[in-house]
Design a protein around this ligand. Sequence first.
Ligand SMILES: C[S@@+](CC[C@H](N)C(=O)[O-])C[C@H]1O[C@@H](n2cnc3c(N)ncnc32)[C@H](O)[C@@H]1O
Length: 326
Amino acid sequence: MQNALPLTATEHSLPVFDYLVDRDFASDVLAGLSQQQKQLQPKYFYDQQGSRYFDQICALKEYYPYQTELALLPKVAQDLAQRFTGDSLIVEFGAGSLVKVKPLLQALPGIRQFVPIDISGEHLALACQQLQRDFPAVAVSPVVGDFCTTLTLPVMPLQHCIGFFPGSTIGNFTPAQARQFLCNARQTLGPDGWLLIGVDTKKSPVYLHQAYNDAAGITARFNRNILTRINRELDAAFRPETFEHYAFYNAGQSRVEMHLVSTEEQVVDVFGTAVAFSVGESIHTENSYKYSPDEFMQLAATAGWHTEQHWLADKKLFATYLLRSS
Ligand SMILES: C[S@@+](CC[C@H](N)C(=O)[O-])C[C@H]1O[C@@H](n2cnc3c(N)ncnc32)[C@H](O)[C@@H]1O
């Protein structure tokens, strides 16, 4: 892999490889709102405000996936340190605030480069500056872009290339999309690549309900923020307060669904297109699929990944898998 072209840098910031193409946002929003079940892609939650709301969600006691995975990672990192003794690089997909990579960087002295990829560019740039200060021996090379597209990564030729995909972000894909992502990640990480991936497990719907319907209403704000973003960036006229956050576990599909439900009959102008809503009609904004360990390992195998090791959190609340390209 070689250096990519769209490099931007300011005097005090790290060079950032920026691949983001804004025109997709407008066409994706209109396409999603024209479907019978209106929908918006969850990647559009993450403007700078959306990333801040996500960080607030991670601090909630109800949102078990974040704290549970974070608590598992020091043990995972210790085990990885036995396995990866040579010079290595980590490529993180959907890196967010870069909290979860820290236990890995602390435990694995061979990590020479870290390439975080995220769609939320300003948030990523700020987080990278701090991480570079904390780990001066690691070359931090941020890439702003959609990890579902083909990205040329600015990676160094090192002995081990380890992909990292925490947060159960893979659960936002349908199983078919997840398989496609895993196939693409194999191409990106190369024939000797590894992938450390965090995936939420199946559990009581009561527990799931609390996690996606927090008492402080932060998840509701996160959900509605997508409408505020569409208004600001695409000249639309949503009144976010007329849409209610609605999240529930769909047992038949093994996924938590998040929707925004119109509380009124209304017509919204979305950059020149009139979009009609009846009372109670929803926009489907996110899925979070849950997988048993057997289901996930089988899915990974169909994408050419062999599970070398996996770790289960207390009460099997969350799982982390180390996959090897087979
Ligand atoms: C659920 S959060 C997880 C954040 C962090 N990895 C963690 O585990 O706490 C999803 C992250 O992926 C990013 N993201 C979502 N869809 C993306 C896409 N298609 N391409 C790149 N980044 C994406 C978001 O900006 C966000 O930082």
